[in-house]
Design a protein around this ligand. Structure first.
Ligand SMILES: *Cc1c(COP(=O)(O)O)cnc(C)c1O
Length: 355
């Protein structure tokens, strides 16, 4: 990789007409409202150039843009929150920068400078701060992403990319317990594949199985390993934790599981509260046996979008695995995470970055 000599000077052009007044903070629609601005940076001649914040607009796309045909497209998901004293914060943005670059490497895409990633987010959030909802559990969802926009028909790494950040306010998620379907026909990821990358194509392949699971009455797919369909990987957009006799078990990162930032934060918080957390392979059978013996105390998913999602049951070809009705530890961890993000609890792990 060529060393980047990039001045992180970001040009800012503010909107003439904010649409903020159209947003009802008591009833925030999911994923359909966008803030006033967009951050864009272009990759050409082996360098990221022209970082800029502009009024939100659509982007003209050549029909041969390579992302549309060969799928070089990756993304991140993160949240900005606001503390009671009015300061806006990002949660562990350096982790997102590093993961974006791991995804980029796997997909043959250029790295994006970490300092520019963080500076772009800071400036963007500073500008859009009035859009950050204040209710506990709500936040401004941020979507940094990168895609190949070179017009070319042919199979190789593109030479032109765009890196973009957009923001969408998101309301509090109500902690309805979710039902998972343990999928044995389709897989999400195999070792050696792209499961570790936050790549758009991973989601494309998951859409149909997820729709089928929803038609059966489930909320999300529980993905199993590609070879034996026995080992648990993760949930649609979340990592997964099981509490078996007060030991928390989460599938190890084996190349097919996404390295979630909520996952690693939850591991840290559980350990801090004195729990043992084990990262290892775990089979669906083991979960079923634990449930049958009354040892499966809790199960929950973790991810930026929802925080912590409590699991009610797991449907399988051989019947339903029931999880207990309460998640005292999961709820405590969720509460702790939200309190750190809004400055109500001391940030003792140094996770928050004020913009
Ligand atoms: C983004 C994502 C997660 C959760 O990662 P966080 O960093 O915690 O948001 C888990 N699994 C998949 C497949 C994901 O894409």
């Amino acid at each position: 990789m060529i060393e980047q000599k990039m001045k992180p000077t970001i040009t800012i052009q503010k909107t003439q007409k904010s649409t903020l007044e159209l947003l009802d903070f008591n009833n925030i629609p999911l994923g359909t409202t966008f803030t006033d601005h967009i951050f864009i940076c272009d990759y050409e001649n082996d360098a990221w150039v022209n970082p800029r914040i502009e009024p939100m607009h659509t982007i003209p796309t050549h029909p041969a843009a390579m992302a549309l045909h060969y799928g070089q497209a990756i993304f991140e998901g993160m949240k900005a929150t606001v503390a009671e004293n009015g300061t806006a914060y990002l949660f562990r943005p350096g982790q997102n920068a590093e993961r974006l670059n791991l995804s980029a490497e796997r997909m043959g895409m250029p790295a994006f400078p970490k300092d520019l990633f963080i500076e772009a987010l800071r400036q963007f959030v500073k500008l859009e701060q009035p859009w950050i909802p204040k209710k506990t559990g709500s936040a401004l969802y941020l979507r940094p992403f990168m895609y190949a926009d070179e017009a070319f028909i042919g199979m190789r790494s593109a030479t032109h990319y765009k890196f973009i950040i957009i923001g969408s306010p998101s309301g509090p998620f109500f902690s309805k317990r979710i039902k998972l379907w343990a999928e044995k026909k389709y897989i999400r990821a195999a070792q050696g594949g792209t499961g570790e990358a936050k790549a758009a194509g991973n989601y494309a392949a998951a859409i149909r199985p997820t729709e089928l699971a929803k038609a059966k009455g489930y909320d999300q797919v529980l993905w199993l390993d590609a070879v034996e369909r026995r080992y648990i990987q993760e949930v649609g957009t979340m990592n997964i934790f099981f509490n078996i006799n007060d030991e928390f078990i989460t599938p190890a990162l084996d190349g097919s599981v996404l390295d979630g930032i909520t996952r690693k934060s939850v591991i840290r918080l559980l350990e801090d509260k004195g729990f043992t957390v084990t990262q290892r392979r775990i089979t669906l059978d083991e979960i079923k046996t634990a449930a049958d013996n009354g040892q499966l105390k809790e199960a929950f998913g973790t991810g930026t979008a929802v925080g912590i999602a409590y699991i009610q049951e797991i449907g399988t070809d051989e019947g339903t695995i029931h999880v207990s009705d309460t998640s005292p530890v999961g709820e405590d961890i969720n509460h702790t995470l939200n309190a750190i993000k809004t400055g109500k609890l001391e940030d003792k792990f140094n996770w928050m970055l004020s913009v």
